[in-house]
Design a protein around this ligand. Structure first.
Ligand SMILES: NC(=O)c1ccc[n+]([C@@H]2O[C@H](COP(=O)([O-])OP(=O)(O)OC[C@H]3O[C@@H](n4cnc5c(N)ncnc54)[C@H](O)[C@@H]3O)[C@@H](O)[C@H]2O)c1
Length: 354
């Protein structure tokens, strides 16, 4: 084993079915007295139910969280925070809601407690993002990390299977790319593997039975592990492509990840022997890209970029942008290879190493 330094950053985590009942103790532990509850409009009633046991500590509600954390929404939420005389934030919802809480924590220098209801994993990362005039800005700041995260799988039962699957595959992508990151260490390697195993195992079960508590528990554990990978490890070609597909072509975030992942691996794994060996161990065969493609197919996830809104004339645009920036990746960026990757992903072909 090589020498390594691990600067581990994590919120305190309370995990498991009914762990939301720990909320009053967790609030007390943090010394929070006056919380703004942040959610989307759809999840307002759920949020109200969850905070009922700590009603005395609730200063107000902001239920306007939306996708991409637009700066106007951040400003409205900040006004709600100040008008309510709040001292901290409790966020209940998916990556968009957590994203808003993170920006507020950074701007106002206040603590947050997050109760995630999807598998996005944002609650585990120091990455923030906001959108202004259609442009997404992202960065890293330790202040955005929640103080405590309560992972209660019972709250994910209502997450529709289609979103559960794509958001689970999106989480897997963080851990998969983490396995060939330069910063990988033995602890993070364990976490990546555990995250992938948990989600690969859970996805077919939660499609077959969305209310399966064990499957939901495994998937949420996987999301935690994969979010940790995203926080600590550099991401490569797969994330770069998805960023372009989302940012430039406005394709849906999790769906784009779900489609591209097997193809990015067919391109990268021949040059990432250690990650390949680890992933082969995880999936139990030597066709990791094909196995992930089949997992998505059998779970009803989209398989082609065409079906999620890309046009064939967009392929050269994405190819150009992928080649433009330099970023760490196990295999050098080769125009021919990337074109094959994008064409396979566009048409939804079963990936083969190339
Ligand atoms: N900063 C980071 O580290 C990081 C990491 C991952 C994702 N993200 C960001 O998170 C966003 C995606 O988050 P997401 O996939 O969680 O989607 P989301 O938060 O946008 O939620 C999608 C919809 O699902 C609803 N919903 C959430 N949980 C539900 C549940 N349990 N039952 C029923 N409905 C539910 C929400 O109300 C919302 O309408 C993206 O913008 C992405 O960039 C950020």
């Amino acid at each position: 084993m090589k020498r390594f330094t691990f600067d581990y950053t994590s919120p305190r985590v309370v995990f498991g079915a009914q762990s939301v009942s720990a909320l009053p103790d967790e609030i007390r532990r943090l010394g929070l007295r006056s919380l703004l509850v942040v959610s989307t409009r759809d999840q307002h009633e759920l949020a109200k139910d969850i905070v009922r046991p700590i009603n005395d500590s609730i200063a107000g509600y902001f239920d306007g969280a939306t996708m991409h954390v637009p700066v106007e929404v951040v400003e409205k939420a900040q006004r709600a925070f100040e008008d309510a005389g709040a001292d901290s934030i409790i966020a209940i919802g998916g990556g968009s809601t957590t994203g808003l809480a993170k920006i507020l924590s950074m701007r106002l220098g206040v603590s947050s407690l997050v109760i995630p209801t999807t598998y996005a994993g944002s609650e585990m990362t120091t990455i923030w993002g906001t959108t202004e005039d259609g442009l997404k800005r992202t960065g890293r700041d330790a202040r955005v990390l929640p103080k405590t995260v309560i992972y209660d799988p019972l709250l994910t039962i209502g997450l529709p299977p289609a979103i559960s699957v794509t958001s689970g595959l999106n989480a897997i992508a963080h851990a998969v790319e983490g396995l060939y990151a330069a910063e990988l260490n033995p602890i993070l390697e364990m976490m990546c593997k555990q995250g992938i195993v948990a989600l690969i195992d859970a996805i077919p079960r939660l499609v077959a039975k969305p209310a399966d508590i064990d499957a939901r528990t495994d998937a949420l554990f996987g999301a935690w592990m994969c979010g940790t990978a995203l926080c600590h490890l550099g991401m490569g070609l797969h994330h770069k492509l998805c960023h372009t597909l989302g940012g430039t072509l406005n394709l849906p975030h999790a769906e784009a990840h779900a489609v591209v992942l097997p193809h990015a691996l067919a391109y990268n794994l021949p040059n990432a022997p250690t990650a390949r060996r680890l992933l082969e161990g995880v999936v139990g065969n030597d066709d990791v890209p094909g196995t992930l493609y089949d997992l998505a197919k059998n779970a009803g996830a989209p398989l082609s970029l065409a079906e999620i809104g890309m046009r064939s004339e967009d392929i050269p645009i994405v190819l150009d942008l992928a080649l433009k920036d330099q970023y760490p990746n196990p295999r050098p960026l080769e125009p021919d290879g990337l074109e094959t990757l994008l064409a396979n992903a566009f048409y939804g072909r079963r990936p083969t190493f190339h």
